[in-house]
Design a binder for this molecule. Structure first.
Ligand SMILES: [Cu+2]
Length: 334
């Protein structure tokens, strides 16, 4: 959208946001010419999502992190007693994941992928998760958010059994679910976790939305991680950068599910992001370029890239990054 087509009202609003978010760090002189580019960043253009790269070799895996990235499971929608019900089917099983050319790993996972499906509802919906444990071990699904004890998911669901978790989707924000059977460290690090997004009733502004879940793999059962990954496979987005369009608002739902390490940070190169902590607010809490997350912490991060090129993202504990938690955005022209 050209500068001329932005109304004066929008210009004023953009300027207020611009000042509020402290984006004028480059100085007053920069602010005068920066307004149109900030306006571009502020959703005044339609959302454009690049087509995913084709012909990515799966190396023997039956899931693709490039698909997981923008894959949201809204469930089967029904209306019961005048309210919206979202029914999700989740099954646990064991599968071998090829973590790299040398290391294969027996994962315990949900719906055949690590992380499990990104379940998504709107605040106030009734969610019904039909959990089918097809794995040889007992597992459960424990959701974060507000719900009664009976569906808190700490009781084992034995091999071959089903359990139905049903509760109101609340509160809005970005949450998670994971197996809660002891030792939880092992059940989680084997791959039994996923994201649970509860959208606010009014929604969020249009954006290129994507999910990044950080996980660790304890290959030799020594309670230390030897490998790490975004969305299941180490170094996948390092080797296959995520395409995003220049000046397109990106909304990143990021979750730290790394066991055995107390915290992981998340950092993007050559840019800043706005942080919506736990996705609980429609206004940003801060702007930064690195955020620290303990295990199970999650946030919404928003940003857009003004310059073309390839930019890294990774935890700034570089040991974690160097062992698989490394990726790139490829900023391409619209
Ligand atoms: Cu389990």
């Amino acid at each position: 959208m050209s500068q001329n087509s932005i109304s004066s009202k929008e210009k004023n609003w953009n300027r207020r946001q611009f000042l509020k978010w402290g984006l004028a760090a480059s100085g007053v002189a920069g602010a005068a010419i920066a307004v149109p580019s900030i306006a571009q960043r502020l959703r005044l253009q339609p959302v454009r999502i690049p087509p995913p790269p084709q012909n990515i070799p799966l190396e023997g895996n039956n899931f693709n992190p490039m698909t997981i990235l923008r894959d949201f499971d809204y469930g089967t929608v029904k209306s019961e007693g005048g309210r919206t019900v979202r029914e999700f089917k989740v099954f646990a099983e064991s599968t071998v994941i090829q973590l790299n050319s040398a290391i294969s790993f027996i994962s315990w996972n949900l719906n055949g992928r690590v992380p499990g499906p990104t379940l998504r509802a709107t605040e106030g919906d009734l969610v019904r998760i039909i959990f089918d444990n097809q794995d040889g071990h007992s597992h459960s699904l424990h959701f974060h958010g507000t719900h009664p004890e009976a569906v808190d998911g700490v009781k084992p669901v034995r091999h071959g059994k089903q359990f139905v978790y049903e509760f109101d989707a609340e509160p809005s924000g970005v949450h998670l679910y994971h197996c809660h059977i002891a030792p939880v460290t092992r059940h989680i690090s084997k791959g039994l976790y996923g994201m649970f997004i509860v959208d606010p009733p009014q929604g969020r502004p249009p954006a290129d939305e994507m999910v990044l879940v950080m996980g660790g793999y304890d290959i030799d059962n020594d309670e230390h991680n030897e490998l790490y990954a975004f969305n299941g496979l180490p170094n996948f987005y390092r080797d296959y950068p995520i395409p995003i369009y220049q000046n397109q608002l990106v909304r990143l739902y990021v979750l730290n599910m790394i066991e055995y390490d107390p915290v992981a940070t998340f950092h993007i190169h050559a840019n800043m992001f706005r942080v919506y902590r736990t996705g609980r607010n429609l206004k940003p809490d801060e702007e930064t370029d690195v955020i620290t997350m303990g295990t199970a912490e999650r946030h919404i991060l928003e940003f857009s890239y003004p310059y073309l090129g390839k930019y890294m993202f990774h935890p700034h504990q570089d040991l974690i990054a160097e062992h698989g938690c490394m990726g790139n955005f490829e900023v391409i022209p619209t």
